[in-house]
Design a protein around this ligand. Structure first.
Ligand SMILES: [Zn+2]
Length: 136
């Protein structure tokens, strides 16, 4: 059957500090540079969630976009928007909040929560130039 990839775009703003407990302060500064700034810094993140599936024979939809929007907002966006990822977000605790780790955590939170279709891809834009893709 025809598989279709449906993507919805989201946006959130958050602060973080890139700092690994496994490295010394000097190593952290060398590895992360400005992103190791002790009090953190912010990003305007863009997020694309892609669902793969067959269009329903009756509705013609892979998943109801309103439903997808509500789930992503509830599971992800409200928890991170205008938050400090190192301090305010329980599911980011113990992780260096790089775009890579954020994408993996987002995937794990969304997986199994979609009523139709299957989660295909998380695409996270930390900046317009720095983009991470995770497909499980
Ligand atoms: Zn940053």
């Amino acid at each position: 059957m025809a598989k279709v990839y449906l993507t919805r775009h989201f946006h959130f703003s958050a602060a973080h500090r890139l700092h690994s407990e496994l490295l010394s302060d000097e190593e952290n500064e060398r590895v992360y540079g400005l992103c190791n700034n002790p009090n953190g810094h912010g990003h305007n993140y863009d997020l694309e969630v892609t669902v793969k599936g067959e269009p329903d024979p009756v509705t013609g939809m892979v998943i109801d976009l309103k439903e997808l929007k509500d789930i992503v907002e509830k599971e992800l966006i409200v928890n991170v928007d205008h938050k400090h990822l190192n301090h305010d977000v329980d599911f980011m605790q113990g992780l260096v909040p790089t775009a890579e780790n954020i994408a993996i955590v987002f995937w794990n939170r969304l997986k199994g929560k979609l009523p139709k279709g299957e989660l295909y891809e998380i695409k996270l834009y930390e900046t317009p130039r720095n983009i991470v893709i995770f497909r499980g």
